[in-house]
Design a binder for this molecule. Structure first.
Ligand code: RP5
Length: 161
């Protein structure tokens, strides 16, 4: 199956975080691809990836980066596909630098920014699935089933107090 979601990250060191997005996509049986694409180490590859994303069938791009995290914004500048930015937790500033670099896009080029770290990566996977689910009913059904499972787990855990 051709990938519908592109998961990119600035470095292999981001994988520990970005794996959470991929885990969600696998759980929801959504075809995706993953790749290291760096805004400052491989800028030409970044532009090529963003320029070709739509024609190769991607519907959403999830981009994770840490520190001076230009990747999501630069990719968003080169495509009109929805881009979800994941701020990876940095060592020096615990990811506040990543968050502000990604979320503070000037008006005109949006990046949907999620929380710092693994929770954000999980939500990026879910948000990408929800975007897909707005025109693919089977994905929407799997999302509904996941929500139901979460609800049941919480209700059962409450009974065990
Ligand atoms: C960013 O620099 C990456 O997204 C990563 O979060 C950060 C550090 O990269 P490494 O030095 O660990 O490769 O480009």
């Amino acid at each position: 199956m051709n990938p519908k979601i592109g998961v990119i990250m600035g470095s292999t060191s981001d994988w520990e975080t970005m794996k959470a997005a991929c885990d969600v996509l696998e759980e929801l049986e959504i075809a995706y691809e993953k790749k290291v694409v760096s805004a400052h180490r491989t800028p030409d590859l970044m532009f090529e990836y963003a320029e070709q994303a739509r024609e190769k069938g991607l519907k959403v791009i999830i981009a994770g980066a840490g520190g001076a995290a230009h990747l999501p914004g630069m990719v968003a500048a080169k495509t009109t596909l929805p881009v979800i930015g994941v701020p990876v937790q940095s060592k020096a500033l615990q990811g506040l630098d990543s968050l502000l670099s990604i979320v503070q896009m000037p008006g005109g080029v949006p990046v949907a920014t999620v929380a710092i770290g693994k929770a954000g990566a999980t939500n990026a996977g879910l948000l990408a699935a929800q975007i897909l689910g707005s025109f693919e009913p089977e994905v929407a059904n799997r999302l509904e089933a996941r929500r139901e499972l979460t609800k049941q787990t919480v209700l059962e855990s409450s009974d065990q107090l």
